[in-house]
Design a protein around this ligand. Structure first.
Ligand code: FES
Length: 148
């Protein structure tokens, strides 16, 4: 394992492997620490949980939350679930896609941030924002550029 010396994969596996439904907590713990789930962790996770590599890979690729590669720059997530769609998140997504091309941003879809009553919603590096208009999005992005 490339990262075994400085990444506590073994510790995460030892702590969580006996939990019911341990795969998701393990994947969350790894991504929380590294910002992604490295491809070379899949075999060791599979072995620890007595799963196939395909099963672990399938879960990682099924959930949009998990990344196999590190994100570049600031992570901006725009909610694309139903309540936000009903309040204009499709247009916000298109706007965000255009604006993100000129910024050091990784733009990702997310499927509900728990802010449905104040849609459309988004997050920037896991900080949630509600009632996001195009102007509010631009303002938040401008703040990011100023802070960089
Ligand atoms: S549907 Fe977007 S926050 Fe719930």
């Amino acid at each position: 394992m490339v990262y075994r010396g400085d990444y506590p994969l073994r510790r995460v596996l030892d702590e969580k492997r006996h939990m019911p439904g341990a795969l998701l907590p393990i994947l969350h713990a790894i991504q929380d620490e590294l910002g992604h789930v490295p491809a070379d962790a899949v075999a060791e996770i599979a072995e620890a949980l007595n799963l196939s590599r395909a099963e672990v890979h399938g879960v990682i690729t099924y959930y949009h939350h998990f990344r196999s590669e590190p994100a570049k720059g600031t992570v901006v997530q725009v909610c694309r679930a139903e309540a936000c769609q009903a309040c204009g998140s499709d247009a916000l997504w298109e706007h965000a896609s255009r604006q993100a091309q000129n910024a050091d941003v990784t733009l990702e879809p997310v499927y509900c941030l728990g802010l449905c009553a104040t849609a459309p919603s988004m997050s920037i590096n896991d900080k949630p924002y509600a009632r996001v208009s195009h102007a509010k999005f631009d303002h938040l992005l401008a703040q990011l550029k100023e802070a960089a």
